[in-house]
Design a protein. Structure first.
Length: 223
């Protein structure tokens, strides 16, 4: 059987300037969504810890729904489904940010819950014995220590969310994969272009991974 394998490195490198146009969208959607997702996750994570059922059960429902459904389905629902309810279109970038926010928020909720619960009960008792209120004990003793332990998991969630943005090409967001698809439509060099797309994603995620490892080595995160 004849094989006409023809990988063109020149074509691969020529695609990079065009692909780089998608990185701002990738980073904007991922970090914008993660910023909102952290706020959502903090709120629902603390609700999940509440003894009050009217706070705890809605948080459990949110976490299970958005952890149990694919982010692709979520963004399609936001982009195509919500406009029917709202009576107007939703911008593709806004839909992408919203999808990352609600999806990452569900995972961050569990990270927050785990981080707070990891702090020994004696820390709480010590704060109360010093005359601090429960709110002050949480703010000045529990949360700073818990947040430090959350950072590695938050970083991992950030990497996952960055990769999830590749799915948003289906709604026309001009991120890395979408830019690659457009470039391939004019050059017909799918192998070369998708290799460059993969390497650019790898460069972004490796940079974030190395930053997290550096923080761990300096003792700024973790235990």
């Amino acid at each position: 059987m004849d094989s006409n394998f023809d990988f063109n490195w020149e074509a691969a490198f020529q695609s990079i300037p065009y692909l780089l146009k998608g990185i701002p969208f990738t980073l904007m959607i991922s970090f914008g969504g993660l910023a909102i997702g952290f706020v959502i996750g903090m709120i629902f994570g603390l609700m999940r810890l509440s003894r009050a059922g009217w706070l705890r059960w809605p948080a459990i429902a949110y976490i299970e729904i958005f952890r149990g459904t694919p982010v692709l389905v979520q963004v399609l629902f936001i982009f195509y489904g919500l406009p029917q309810l709202l009576g107007g279109p939703i911008n593709a970038v806004v839909a992408g940010i919203a999808a990352i926010a609600v999806n990452s928020g569900a995972y961050i909720s569990e990270i927050v819950r785990g981080g707070v619960q990891s702090i020994e009960r004696g820390q709480r008792e010590a704060g109360l014995s010093l005359g601090l209120s429960r709110t002050q004990t949480f703010r000045y003793i529990i949360w700073p220590q818990g947040f430090r332990r959350m950072i590695p998991s938050l970083g991992n969630q950030g990497i996952i969310s960055i990769k999830d943005t590749s799915l948003f090409a289906v709604i026309g967001v001009g991120e890395l994969v979408r830019q690659g698809q457009i470039y391939i439509a004019t050059t017909f060099r799918a192998l070369e272009v998708y290799l460059m797309v993969a390497l650019l994603y790898l460069a972004i995620t490796l940079t974030l991974s190395l930053l997290l490892r550096l923080l761990e080595r300096k003792g700024l995160v973790g235990q």
